[in-house]
Design a protein around this ligand. Structure first.
Ligand code: CTP
Length: 413
């Protein structure tokens, strides 16, 4: 097979030498096209020596061979690694300023981008829009790996391991996998809003959840190619188009809907604010105040922990044992006994879910707001990942992380 390996100008370029070896050892003919910036990280001599082929990044070398047309035409596969934010932008807008971008415009076969950049650059709306544009054109864009980045920061943005890129490239050529969208072919159930626990026909115990985060998650999951089921408790925002909506009122109704939906879901995200307690008795008629009677006392009973039940069910029986990904949310304020993260880590253990998205709440934070700042904790032991911005941006980061876990992390519990 003829492979064009485009190398972008990022520090991860050094890892691509291993990827090149994997391709050549598998018997493929590889032409490396580094960008000008890439050669500052790894010189052309390395690429020539490892590929056994001449290396150029100029459309003005070997003009008689019309390289910028020939290389793209002849390639059975084009792999770009590391795909920098700059290269993704150039590819998305069809720029053709050097040999690599020319080759991309001429490529007939499958094209795979393996991004690597700092988390903020990856999560930036411009980069995400470019990725979406490329994917909508049928270009495969891998999710970056999560972990330690070049500096002291960590998060999504690491170049996927050379073996992962190699396997993805082979699967793409063989048509075995659909890498177009990270959640293509997946069913994702998301609970949103706040439950309402009735006291009588006109009163209820509720909470301040607006449903904005859950709805933004549903939109992000839908845009990532998933079939989305939204279990909608009370929400102040409308449900989005293109998702199946299951309306619920109480925690018990949500439990029933969640357990039923989980049976065929690849992912369950519990972003709803579920009441931990409900009134022990619900009056059929309106509770009246009477001057001659004592003040009423409301007795509460505990609601089942739906998230925990979902995990137990996944671990014990069907529901694709070990395959289903379960994501919980935690709203924490911290107090004198422990800070937000300490409480969240304990909750992750207690609930047993795979990812826990932690909101730091206060009087003016989170509920009803359009922005949010979260930390994603993982039971697989990965570093906590921070995401901040509008609820849309935070949701994109959470869904991107879910896509990564599904596609690259081995079966769970
Ligand atoms: N949750 C649930 N069922 C409940 C309560 C909560 O499934 N009865 C889910 C929420 O949807 C969320 C997660 O559990 O994903 C965390 O909810 P939270 O209320 O913050 O945690 P609690 O277990 O209630 O712990 P604590 O009261 O100590 O904060």
């Amino acid at each position: 097979m003829r492979i064009v390996l485009g190398v972008g100008g990022g520090i991860a370029a050094y890892k691509v030498a291993s990827l090149l070896r994997l391709f050549t050892e598998a018997g493929h003919h590889v032409t490396v096209i580094p960008t000008e910036a890439a050669t500052r990280f790894v010189g052309t001599a390395t690429w020539e020596a490892l590929s056994g082929n001449p290396v150029s990044n100029s459309v003005f070398d070997d003009v008689h061979q019309v390289n910028h047309v020939r290389l793209g035409h002849e390639a059975d596969l084009v792999v770009i690694a590391p795909a920098t934010a700059d290269l993704l932008a150039k590819a998305a807008t069809g720029q053709a300023g050097d040999l690599l971008t020319n080759t991309l415009l001429m490529a007939h076969g499958p094209v795979l981008f393996a991004p690597a950049m700092h988390t903020e650059m990856w999560q930036h709306a411009a980069t995400q829009a470019n990725v979406e544009t490329l994917r909508s054109r049928g270009v495969a864009v891998l999710e970056p790996a999560t972990g330690r980045l070049t500096g002291s920061d960590s998060g999504p943005g690491r170049l996927p391991e050379p073996e992962v890129i190699f396997e993805a490239a082979m699967a793409l050529v063989q048509g075995q996998a659909d890498y177009q969208l990270p959640l293509a072919g997946r069913t994702v159930t998301i609970s949103a809003g706040g439950t309402r626990e009735p006291l009588d026909p006109v009163r209820f115990l509720g909470n301040r959840s607006s449903g904005k985060q859950g709805v933004a998650l549903a939109v992000a999951a839908r845009n990532a190619g998933a079939t989305v089921r939204l279990l909608a408790a009370h929400m102040e925002v409308p449900a989005p188009a293109g998702v199946e909506v299951v309306p619920v009122e109480t925690a018990l109704q949500l439990r029933e809907a969640a357990l039923a939906a989980a049976a065929d879901s690849d992912v369950v995200v519990m972003s709803a604010a579920v009441a931990d307690f409900r009134p022990a008795e619900v009056s059929d008629t309106k509770i009246k105040k009477r001057d001659d009677s004592a003040d009423p006392v409301i007795t509460l009973v505990r609601n089942p922990d739906i998230l925990h039940e979902l995990v137990e069910l996944r671990n014990s029986a069907g529901h694709g044992k070990g395959q289903q990904l379960i994501v919980g949310f935690a709203a924490e304020t911290g107090d004198s006994d422990g800070d937000v993260l300490a409480y969240a880590e304990a909750k992750l253990e207690r609930k047993g879910c795979d990812l826990l998205v932690v909101n730091h709440v206060g009087a003016d934070k989170v509920f009803g707001q359009d922005t949010n700042s979260v930390v994603i904790l993982s039971r697989s032991g990965a570093e906590p990942q921070e995401a901040a911005g509008t609820k849309t941006e935070v949701s994109a980061a959470i869904i991107s992380r879910i896509g990564f876990e599904l596609n690259h992390v081995s079966p769970r519990a």
